[in-house]
Design a protein around this ligand. Structure first.
Ligand SMILES: Cc1cc2nc3c(=O)[nH]c(=O)nc-3n(C[C@H](O)[C@H](O)[C@H](O)COP(=O)(O)OP(=O)(O)OC[C@H]3O[C@@H](n4cnc5c(N)ncnc54)[C@H](O)[C@@H]3O)c2cc1C
Length: 481
């Protein structure tokens, strides 16, 4: 095995980091080409007690794929797909290898011959993300309010465990208790961030593509109008979702401004009109409807809500059809890319900076209260921030934008204060797109004790030597004792 592992010399330096820009270190890197290769690696790692960090597309924002010593297991050469299969109830399934990127999956679905157009609902918008990475982070994407958790769209998985044994799990067959809650064992590995084993093959459950896809972008100028529009949306969500409303996303002025600066480097943003100086925030909505009348009804209801909330519907963009909606979705995706672009530039002056993002689920408060609290906290700490994310559940991503290391440390303290404050009010760290290494401390502080103890117990069961993904989600072995 050892002769198949490359030294991490200059050629592989990029593999020591991911999109969080956290920098790690490793002795070697292995690129398996089959499940048998992963098994061979797992047997070798177990025998030689070598720690291993699993990598998919390295688009993670929490440093989960960043190595903390040991060896890297990079799955990018495992991107084959099987044949399309039908279930007894007519469902569509596709077996894939874990390194398949979202972009490759979409191309494959276009190529496959089936009587209906198919798609896989989880969509973290970053198309370089791999299916294995999306599954293991439980990255649900912006349309999760309609399609639910990533696990719902994975029917079966094969997992290589420590030592090289393969376990196959089908949804609905085996259950465990996690903090007193019965969960499907498959969902321990989906969302497990690679700490229990390697997802070596996944069977995706596909859906017929909605016949009518619409996108809407509202630009708001007044705070009162913005908060009234958002509350109106939340109030009407239960009626709009069955019609097809799938996503509701918020982008604040700072985010839009970063996107404006990012335009010089981003092909996807070039066609977008310049940012109006009066715009305070944007709200992106996406509808997936089987009937055109339903899409029209959603459009009418959104216009009515905008008028009721005193925002000008004439300033909104509305597009129909998958291609144009894709462009609008690219615009929303650019929020994250623009933050990363800003970080890359800030790191030229201060290389110790990493992504400094807080992602808390704060359903216990109203949207205005959450946004204003974040803004006041940043202003008090003298920090800039870009805030965007899901409107439902107030699952906002606050990206702090420090310009010096002192500001970076101040930002970390601020995040801790918010988390502690929220912990007292039923808030929690949102696990969507991973806890990784960067959010681990916060997660350990906020997660219920019983939940953490169960995670640790299961980790010891499936990975007794503590070799997979050290330092991700749970403390590394030396700290946990
Ligand atoms: C610009 C940008 C925008 C983004 N927007 C969103 C968004 O809107 N919503 C969202 O949810 N996410 C978003 N993301 C985050 C990111 O795309 C997801 O976290 C993605 O799911 C990670 O996939 P990956 O293949 O890159 O995984 P990696 O980053 O390589 O790994 C992520 C984690 O999964 C583990 N892992 C990877 N493959 C396997 C496997 N086969 N078996 C076991 N463990 C594995 C790794 O060890 C690591 O812990 C965005 C990222 C970027 C860069």
């Amino acid at each position: 095995m050892k002769d198949k592992i490359y030294n991490v010399e200059e050629k592989f330096q990029d593999y020591l980091s991911d999109e969080s820009r956290l920098q790690g270190q490793a002795d070697g890197i292995f690129f398996p080409e089959s499940e048998a290769d992963i098994q061979e690696f797992a047997a070798w790692a177990y025998e030689s007690r070598a720690a291993a960090t699993i990598q998919g597309g390295r688009t993670g924002l929490a440093g989960g794929a960043v190595p903390a010593g040991g060896c890297l297991l990079n799955l990018s050469r495992m991107s084959r797909t099987g044949e399309l299969a039908r279930g007894r109830g007519g469902e569509f399934y596709l077996e894939v290898e874990p390194g398949l990127s979202l972009l490759q999956l979409r191309q494959e679905l276009k190529r496959l011959k089936s009587e209906v157009e198919l798609f896989w609902p989880p969509d973290p918008t970053e198309t370089a993300a791999s299916v294995g990475g999306i599954a293991s982070c439980g990255a649900r994407g912006i349309c999760a309010p309609r399609y639910g958790n990533t696990g719902r769209h994975i029917a079966r998985a094969r997992i290589v465990l420590a030592g090289g044994r393969v376990m196959e799990l089908r949804r609905g067959e085996q259950f465990i208790s996690l903090a007193g809650k019965k969960i499907d064992l498959l969902d321990l590995f989906i969302g497990g961030e690679g700490i229990f084993g390697v997802l070596s093959r996944l069977t995706l459950q596909l859906q017929p593509r909605p016949r009518h896809t619409w996108g809407f972008m509202f630009f708001l100028e007044q705070k009162e109008a913005l908060y009234a529009f958002v509350e109106n949306l939340k109030k009407n969500w239960r009626e709009l979702m069955p019609l097809g409303l799938a996503a509701a996303e918020y982008m604040d002025r700072s985010t839009l401004q970063l996107m404006e600066e990012y335009k010089e480097a981003a092909e996807s943003l070039k066609a977008a009109p310049p940012l109006d100086p009066g715009v305070l925030a944007a709200v992106y909505l996406e509808a997936h409807c089987s009937r055109e009348e339903a899409a029209l009804e959603i459009a009418d209801r959104l216009v009515d809500m905008a008028v009721e909330s005193s925002c000008d519907p004439d300033r909104a963009w509305a597009v129909t059809g998958e291609n144009d909606v894709e462009k609008m979705r690219d615009f929303r995706h650019a929020a994250a890319t623009a933050v990363n672009y800003h970080l890359a530039r800030a790191r030229l002056a201060e290389p110790r900076l990493t992504g400094l993002e807080v992602y808390l689920e704060a359903d216990c408060e109203d949207f205005a209260g959450v946004v204003e609290k974040y803004k006041a906290g940043c202003a008090g700490a003298g920090l800039k921030a870009a805030i965007y994310g899901h409107i439902l559940g107030n699952r906002l991503r606050v990206n702090l934008l420090p310009e010096s290391y002192a500001q970076y440390e101040e930002g970390r303290r601020l995040i801790k204060r918010w988390a502690l404050e929220l912990a007292g009010r039923r808030g929690k760290v949102d696990r969507q797109h991973g806890i990784g290494k960067l959010k681990r401390e916060l997660f350990l502080q906020m997660a219920p004790r019983e939940y953490l103890e169960d995670l640790q117990r299961l980790k010891e069961h499936y990975d007794p030597a503590g070799l997979w993904n050290r330092g991700t989600l749970l403390p590394p072995p030396c700290e946990s004792r």
